[in-house]
Ligand binder design. Structure first.
Ligand SMILES: [Zn+2]
Ligand SMILES: [Zn+2]
Length: 193
């Protein structure tokens, strides 16, 4: 049967795979094939010493915001990030090349991370009730929902800069990763299979 499948059909079928299935198949492929395993090792890991590092653990132009962390987040949030380790000449250590940024929530390549790579808002997006003037919560449901945030980004305003959700972030910084977020992601990944 496999012989009757051409490259386009295969490509389309891969494109339709769920994320979980794709991860599962890729892992299986790595187990079974040395060349595939090397392919992924080469692309997914870098030497820790080669990774550009922010010189400070936190952005200097960022003002602290007490409302930023809620009580239940405090429990799971580790103490402030330690200062980056100085470059050493010890044995090479590998680390994953891609990470999720705690600020802009996007995946980034740690090798191209730089002082202005990340653009984000340090505040929270709040519903702009004036922009929802025609919206009656009794009839139309709550204003502040995930769906509305996605459909009407211009009706949510960041309290850090008064820009709406469809405008650029007001703060630039290095992308920042946290172990906490990575752990959550891996737990999610394990649960999805
Ligand atoms: Zn902002
Ligand atoms: Zn970022």
């Amino acid at each position: 049967m496999a012989d009757t499948v051409d490259a386009t059909q295969l490509s389309n079928a891969i494109g339709r795979l769920s994320w979980a299935k794709l991860v599962q198949m890729t892992r299986l492929l790595c187990e079974k094939n040395d060349a595939v395993r090397d392919f992924y090792k080469e692309r997914l890991f870098v030497n820790e010493q080669d990774v550009p590092q922010p010189s400070t653990p936190r952005s200097p132009d960022r003002s602290p915001s007490p409302s930023e962390t809620s009580d239940d987040e405090n429990e799971a949030t580790p103490p402030p990030a330690p200062a980056p380790k100085p470059q050493t000449t010890g044995p090479k250590r590998s680390r994953p090349r891609f990470a999720i940024c705690i600020n802009c929530k996007t995946e980034f390549d740690v090798m191209t991370n730089a002082p202005k790579s990340c653009q984000y808002h340090w505040g929270e997006a709040e519903v702009d009730e004036e922009a929802f003037a025609d919206h009656d919560e009794f009839t139309h449901g709550p204003m502040d929902t995930e769906d509305n945030r996605e459909a009407y980004p211009d009706k949510f305003v960041y309290n850090c800069c008064d820009r709406t959700s469809d405008e650029e972030g007001c703060t630039t910084d290095w992308h920042r990763e946290t172990d906490d977020l990575m752990n959550k992601r891996f737990k999610m990944m394990a649960g999805g299979l």
